[in-house]
Design a protein around this ligand. Structure first.
Ligand SMILES: NC(=O)c1ccc[n+]([C@@H]2O[C@H](COP(=O)([O-])OP(=O)(O)OC[C@H]3O[C@@H](n4cnc5c(N)ncnc54)[C@H](OP(=O)(O)O)[C@@H]3O)[C@@H](O)[C@H]2O)c1
Length: 312
């Protein structure tokens, strides 16, 4: 597994990370087969993946990971988040200092650890200035409960503001063939501030693994219906075009389609780590293999459905 430096820290993270949302159960991603999920986590570690990402709003995910990772704590870079809370079918934003303190202590207890390697703001909160939240995170870093600070779902402007208050080690934003970042601004801000870019939704919730022949019949409350817009009937056909190109290239390269989709994200030199969720060992091993796939400019043009401008 290729390793990358996390921001300007002394930690190394794997180029492919394990996302913990699908382990949450409940309505988010449907029921979890705990035995399969445990095998997936262990297979990820065996494959050299060390970055494991979760969040308090991912249902049972933190508690599940806490049980499995116990005794293996020094093998992993544990990332979780603050600032979102489930309120029935709604998700509330709350980055007030008291909520950050409470959520951090609850995460530490569920994860059965006394420190978080990478503690991330899940979403900016329109009610609380980012600066106020970051000052609280800096205090928690000082207290030793968190080692490094990250941001998720931010703009370049928010990143620059945040970097004036605290050392920002990572930015985790959605990034995939179906959801490329608009413009270069966030990547440029990462390069300028030294933060690692971590992609989430690298497989767009599974679509880019190429496994669907028709749109899956998900329950209405399934997170994929509202979170990954490509699952909507009108967007699914376009998503399938991309998915078919991935499958075609993967067949030519003799790799798994999911590995090709991961390789596309990692082909961006500013992307340090591609997070993928997985329900099974087989899935995470396919995704981990993406770290070793090198795509040519022609491959990238083909995947993106644009003409290749190469001269050779
Ligand atoms: N910061 C944020 O706001 C934010 C938002 C979203 C996600 N994230 C993080 O990023 C992680 C990754 O995103 P994600 O889990 O939402 O989506 P994802 O990685 O794009 O998709 C994961 C899902 O795709 C399917 N899958 C994965 N590998 C596969 C393979 N090789 N073949 C076939 N199917 C495969 C599995 O679901 P099925 O088997 O059910 O199809 C899996 O649960 C999350 O787990 C979470 O840690 C962060």
């Amino acid at each position: 597994m290729k390793m990358r430096r996390l921001g300007r820290t002394d930690l190394c993270i794997s180029a492919v990370g394990l996302g913990g949302w699908p382990f949450g159960g409940g309505y988010d991603w449907g029921p979890v087969d705990a035995a399969q999920a445990e095998k997936a986590v262990l297979a990820a570690l065996d494959a050299g993946i060390n970055l494991v990402d979760t969040a308090p709003v991912y249902g049972e995910s933190e508690a599940f990971l806490g049980r499995i990772l116990k005794g293996r704590r020094n093998q992993i870079i544990l990332a979780t988040k603050c600032g979102l809370a489930k309120n029935g079918s709604w998700t509330d934003h709350d980055l007030s200092p008291q909520t950050i303190r409470r959520q951090l202590d609850e995460s530490l207890a569920r994860l059965q650890t006394d420190y978080i390697d990478l503690y991330q703001i899940h979403y900016p909160d329109p009610k609380v200035p980012l600066e106020e939240a970051l000052l609280e995170l800096a205090r928690q870093k000082q207290a030793g409960k968190i080692r490094h600070i990250g941001l998720c779902n931010v703009t370049a402007e928010e990143m620059s503001r945040a970097a004036r208050i605290a050392e920002i080690s990572s930015v985790q934003n959605e990034y995939s063939l179906l959801h490329p970042q608009k413009g270069e601004a966030v990547f440029k801000a990462c390069r300028e501030t030294g933060a690692s870019f971590i992609s989430y939704g690298t497989l767009c919730g599974g679509i880019l693994s190429g496994k669907y022949k028709t749109a899956p019949n998900l329950r209405r409350a399934d997170a994929r219906n509202y979170f990954y817009k490509c699952y909507r009937a009108d967007a699914f056909l376009k998503a399938q075009e991309t998915s078919n190109r991935i499958k075609k290239l993967a067949e030519y390269l003799r790799v798994f389609p999911a590995a090709a989709a991961v390789a596309w994200a990692l082909s961006n030199q500013t992307v340090s780590c591609a997070l993928t969720g997985a329900r099974t060992a087989e899935q995470i091993l396919q995704n981990a293999a993406g770290a070793d796939v090198t795509l040519t400019p022609q491959d990238l043009a083909f995947l993106e459905g644009r003409p290749c401008t190469c001269t050779k």
